[in-house]
Structures are given as C-alpha cells and as structure tokens.
Design a protein around this ligand. Structure first.
Ligand code: ZN
Length: 264
C-alpha cells in the first residue's frame, strides 16, 4: 500500500515537473541572461531628446520611450518633446511606445475613450513614420482588470506597471510588467535593484524627465542619470527596450499561460 502511494506521488511529481518545463520552454524563446535591464522613459519630456538620447547612444544602451501629449502644457517645448523630436528618437533606434494620449488614469475612462486615446497615439506615430508599437505604460500606473482585458483585445504585448520589484517572465503577466521608478532620492534603492537582474529575472526601470521640469518629484538630474549609466556600463549590464524582451520571451504564450494579477 505504501509502495503504491509512493509510486503515485512520484508519478504526480514527475508529471508536474514535466508540465512546468513544457510551460517554461514555451514562455522563453531562449534563456534570459543575467544583468539584463530595461530602460523605459515616460511622458515625452523635452530632456528625453536633449539629454537622455545622446547619453544612451554614448553608452550603447537601448530604451523605450512611452509618449503622450501631457496636458495642459504639451505644446510648451521647454517641457515636452514635439513630434519631430519624438520621431528622431525612433530614427536613432529607440522604441517609441504608447502612454495614452492625455495621460489620464485609463481605469477611469470608458472602454471607447481608452481605445480612442491609444489609437490617437498610433495615428500620430504613423504620421511621422514611427512604427506602431503594441507596448503600453499605464499613466500613473492606474489599471484594473477591464483595462487589461481591453489591452488583450487590442493586441498589446507588454504593459508596464510600478511595484518596485523585479520582473519574472515565468510568473508576471506581460501586461503587468513590474518596474522600479528612478528619481533623485532613491539612488541606493535602484543600485540594489540592479543586483536582482539574475536567475531569469529582468530589472525594468521607469524614468521620467532628466530633469523633469514640470514634475520635480520624479525628476532625475543628468549627473545622477549618467552615474547610473556608468555603473551599468562598468559592471557589464545589457540595457534594452521593452520591445527587445520579445527576443527572449514568447509574449503570446506568457499571456495565455500566466493569470493576470492586477495588484496595487
Ligand atoms: Zn506618465
């Protein structure tokens, strides 16, 4: 009797390990290397064009720029990029992705209005020859299950949240990709976070303006930003865009296999 139970447990365990491995191999196209970091920049601030892009080029780093027309001051070019500058980022090889047109909390919008905000950014990108991205960042990290469902229906791949924790592609739904938010006051926290880019996990950063004139609370000084770049370069980290995660992750399979947990 005992032997039968032992065999049964063994069988269940074997099946579980086999299934886990099949899931694993389907979600990952290839192993995620240690020291993989994703840079994402929000809100189309003027400094993304004038400060960030040249520095990223200097260090050979990739990045995603989540753009919107931040209201009411988007037209103030001392604060925000214009669409010609946004298109220059694309020409420089960076990803331009969707942050919803007016930066409203998208969980407070009707489904129709949310889709209209997404499509408006697509249209503006298309008008300046930027390829349409299917990656999104929730303005203010605001989300709920119906917003995630809309993103699924609209064919979105990755959508970035906050949460200050590492992204585990085998656990986190790609439409709820966690990130740390860089700023002037958390240098040590971010330096510690880089150490978590190992064992198949990826460190994703949310970065606002460098500096961010209109939102000093999320600003990073150019000097501190370059300190981060130098640290990552000196310690042989690879810095890529969200889109480039698609080289490692089968996003469709991950979205199908992993249950979305909306979180805080
Ligand atoms: Zn934002």
């Amino acid at each position: 009797m005992k032997k039968t139970n032992f065999t049964r447990v063994g069988c269940i365990l074997f099946t579980f390990i086999l299934c886990s491995n099949i899931g694993y191999s389907r979600i990952l196209k290839k192993p995620i290397p240690d020291k993989l970091v994703v840079f994402t920049f929000d809100d189309a601030t003027a400094s993304h064009y004038s400060v960030v892009a040249p520095l990223l080029k200097k260090y050979g780093f990739g990045a995603t720029f989540y753009v919107c027309e931040f209201q009411p001051n988007f037209k103030d070019t001392t604060k925000y990029m214009n669409w010609r500058q946004i298109s220059e980022l694309n020409k420089m090889g960076f990803e331009v992705a969707n942050h919803a047109l007016t930066h409203k909390a998208v969980n407070k919008l009707t489904k129709e209005k949310f889709i209209a905000e997404l499509k408006c950014i697509d249209k503006k990108c298309d008008s300046v020859h930027i390829p349409i991205s299917k990656n999104f960042a929730y303005p203010g990290y605001a989300r709920d299950s119906s917003v995630v469902q809309t993103l699924i229906e609209q064919g979105y791949q990755f959508a970035r949240i906050g949460n200050n924790r590492v992204y585990d592609p085998l656990v986190d739904h790609p439409l709820l990709t966690p990130s740390w938010c860089m700023g002037n006051k958390n240098k040590e926290q971010i330096l510690a976070a880089y150490n978590e880019a190992k064992n198949g996990k990826v460190v994703v950063l949310t970065i606002h303006g460098v500096p961010d004139i209109e939102h000093p609370g999320v600003s990073t000084t150019p000097a501190l930003f370059e300190e981060h770049l130098k640290y990552l370069s000196d310690n042989h980290f690879k810095v890529i865009s969200i889109k480039e995660l698609g080289k490692y992750i089968n996003v469709k399979e991950a979205a199908k296999t992993i249950k979305p947990v909306i979180g805080k």
